[in-house]
Structure formats: C-alpha cells, structure tokens
Unconditional design. Sequence first.
Length: 374
Amino acid sequence: MDKKLRSGFTTGSCAAAAAKAAAWMLLTGTEKTNITIITPKGAAFDAKILDINRTGDSVKCAVMKDGGDDPDVTTGALIYAEVRLSDAKGIRLDGGEGVGRVTRPGLDQPVGAAAINSVPRAMIKQEITEVAELCGYDGGFDVIISAPEGEEIASRTFNPRLGIEGGISIIGTSGVVEPMSEQAILDTIRVELRQQKAEGCKVAFTSPGNYGQDFMKVNYGMDLDRSVKCSNYIGLTVDMIKETGFEGMLLTGHAGKLVKVAGGIMNTHSREADCRMEIIAAAAAKEGADTELILGILDCLTTEEAFARLREADSAMAERTAVRLMESILASLNKRAGGGLRIECIMYTKENGLIAASDGAEAMIRDNREQWNG
C-alpha cells in the first residue's frame, strides 16, 4: 500500500500564525510559544513560535515553514512577523527582508507592493483583529512580514521570471500545502499567462521547456525568455490561453512531445500515454511507406531515431509525413480550443532541426517579433 503523503502549511499560514502570536504577546505581555489558527481550508495549524524578540511597543517572532511531503524550496525557512502598535486605525501590512516586491503587472498584488498575496493578507488581518478584540484593543497596528533567507530561496523559484524581486512570495489560497507539485506548475502557467495579457500581449508563445525557447532564439531570432513553459500540460494550457482572452497561440516543441498531440494526447507525460511510434508509423503509411519501413519505425525508441529512419529511406516522404503530423497536431489543438483562437505550431528535433511548421507560424512570429524582443 502506498504511503499517504503528508500535507504542510503555506507561507501565508506561517505569516498569519506568527502575526497572531506577536499581537498576543504585544497586547498581553505574556510569552506565547505555540498558537493555533484555522486555515481557509478549515484545517487547524498548530504552530510553534520561534525566535521571540520583544521591545516596548513591538514583538517579532517566527514560524518555520513545513511544506509536508511537497517538494517545496521554502520548507525550513523562518517566516517572521513583527507587530507594532500604531496611532493610525486599522492594520497596515508590508513586507520586509526576504519578501519580494512586485515589479510587473498581472500578479495578485499591484506593482510596487510586497509579494504578500490577497488570501494571506486577509488571514493576517483576521488573526490580529481576533486578538485585538479579545484584548479590548481598538487601536491600529503596523505589521512587517519578513523571511531572512528569502532572497536566496527566491533564486530557486519562478519569482525572478515572474517579476518578483528581492525575495519569496507569501502565498496560499487554502492555507494548506497539498503534496502535489502538479498544481503548483499549473498555477504558475496561469499566472504567467495572466501577466502577459496584462502587459498587452495578444499572442501567447508557449513551449514545453527550455529547448523550445533555445530553438526559437537560434532559428528565428525570437527571445522567448518570457514565454510560458507549459511542461506536459498542453491541453490545460490551451484552456487557460483561451480563458485568459488571447487572440492567438504559438506552440513550439520537440517532436517527442508534439507527436503525442497529433494523436489527441493532451498531457504528454510518459505515465499518461505513449504511442509516438504508432502515430508516426500511421502517418508514414498514409504517405506510402512500405511494411519494412513501418515496422522499422515501430521498433524505434525515440522520435529522433524514427525521423532519421524516415529521412534515410525517402526524404520527400519524410517531409510529407511531417506535414501530415503537423495537420493532426493543429486539428487536436483547435479541437481542444473549440474555436476563437488562432493556433500555430513549430515542431523540431535536436538532431534534425525543424521538422514542420504550420502555414501561419512564420507570419505570427514576424507580426509579434517586436513585442517579444522588447
């Protein structure tokens, strides 16, 4: 029986717990080494309070991030909250050391704000307000959330790519970290698309990974450092592009993934499906490949090998097969989009270079080159 994966708690939950404890110590004068908050998901977070520092009008303390069994780079980081009494009404919240600043539009917070997302902000304010009401205090607070290791940790996250500089983000919509890195990838894809749209992009340039970006830079002079890496989630990325309101999409990818799309496979991870050789063999058969060549393709281990065998047998037939595959890729993508989205595609292999491009791909590149090269 598989071991059940352990859930953890978000940086937002850690910040809220630390802020609650700091507010309690500030208003009561008594030390608090453990505190409980209820996350938006309804789960109780029993947090151990660390590194307590008290002055006359402020308290600062920390909670250690525990991401459970999720591969989370912030696990082990100390998330601090410093709470200070204020003459102003309400709760003023900002980020300190190691908490990033937003530098590009399209994120949860406006440009210039600390990268503390809406739900954690609400959690922090709710916990402090609860303490204030219990203590009969009706004045204001200044709250600073910090993470001393945040800047170094952020260099290993998507934050620099997203335009969050100087540290980590304080995030979480449920307060709980589910041990599913897949959801984190999908959330990042959605954020990047929303960000591009906010910056005025009409076409979403996407690629499963770095190789597609490198291919575009070398072969088309397109600097796609800001393009969206869709990983294996091609179908879901099409959905998000459509929902976000883009006019078009250019997908650039290695044949090893895109051949699967020709067969209608929209999650290209090997655990989901793999009939690449069958798809290539079927396309080649329609273009006149004989039995020996078809069987040879079916025996190949990689798409690189399959296309090399095709070219060796008949270069013209190899080109026709690639065109047929591209037609099937576009058909699958357009079916997924359900209309209303112009879709173009480029497929390549490392050894053979460009395998096929849709008819309008180069025009889409030409029309959007200035937008993407800045």
